[in-house]
Design a protein around this ligand. Structure first.
Ligand code: BT5
Length: 234
């Protein structure tokens, strides 16, 4: 499998179709970045979303991170939080990321393909090649996971959330509580240079509201980074 997102972008399958693999040969991050994987150590899963006209896509996509946070906490990983827009961190290290891509026909948003990649059994040595602070379940717990049952657990949790009648205000409330974003400090790489700020809110449209020395900034896209992070130690 090249990329589970690419697979679903090529096919026009029903709403909520999921595809997963334990090894992608061309996993992608946002803005043309790479999603790095070690052979058959991790889970990559994408889901087809056919959005309703009235919903807020940010919150539909946010649904992918919530069950993963739940699953990690159930496996005794504390200090899990979601870094806006949709990366999952354990402390200061990234364990999972979400890539959402729109498929537009004419001027209509036809579907969204959203994929999550999670480091399950990667070792510290394997994670070092990423060059940014990263961790895995194995790094955190010292235990190897059985990948099929890990995938089944995530799919069951995600399916339950997708089956609940989608209400973005409810998802937003849950996301804000689970993410731990509000009150955290970040460096924001603004066009005019890096600025430090504290998160005040993520609004109804999914826009990040950051309080900086210069006042309130509303961030619609781009990158924010946690200061003082360390690599996973071998
Ligand atoms: C993401 O992008 O974090 C989104 C990753 C989405 C991967 C899934 S797997 C299923 C589906 N199919 C795909 O092809 N993709 C999706 P972004 O926020 O742009 O972060 C990318 C950056 O994270 C890279 O530039 C690295 O710095 C770092 N990174 C790469 N691989 C990593 C890993 N395995 N663990 C932690 N950090 C990683």
């Amino acid at each position: 499998m090249d990329s589970t997102n690419d697979y679903l972008r090529r096919e026009n399958l029903p709403d909520r179709t999921m595809v997963y693999t334990f090894h992608q040969t061309a996993g992608r991050g946002r803005s043309g970045r790479k999603w790095v994987e070690s052979r058959r150590s991790n889970l990559a899963l994408s889901v087809m979303i056919k959005p309703d006209a009235l919903e807020v896509p940010f919150w539909r996509i946010a649904l992918l991170a919530l069950p993963m946070v739940e699953l990690l906490r159930a496996r005794a990983i504390d200090d899990v939080w979601i870094k806006w827009p949709n990366d999952i961190y354990v402390g200061s290290k990234k364990i999972a990321g979400v890539l959402a891509e729109s498929v537009i026909r004419g001027s209509k948003l036809e579907r969204i393909v959203a994929g999550i990649g999670i480091n399950v059994n990667s070792t510290a040595e394997e994670l070092q090649v990423i060059g940014k602070p990263a961790t895995s379940l194995f790094c955190e717990t010292g235990e190897l996971q059985e990948l099929e049952s890990f995938a089944a657990d995530y799919i069951a949790r995600l399916s339950r959330m997708l089956d609940n009648n989608f209400s973005w205000p409810t998802i937003r409330t849950q996301w804000l509580a689970e993410s731990g974003m509000v009150g955290r400090w970040f460096t924001w790489f603004a066009p005019q240079g890096a600025v430090e700020g504290r998160v005040v809110d993520v609004d109804a449209a999914g826009i990040l509201i950051l309080e900086t020395a210069a006042g309130i900034s509303k961030i619609t896209a781009g990158d924010i980074e946690v200061a003082g992070a360390r690599l996973c130690q071998p």
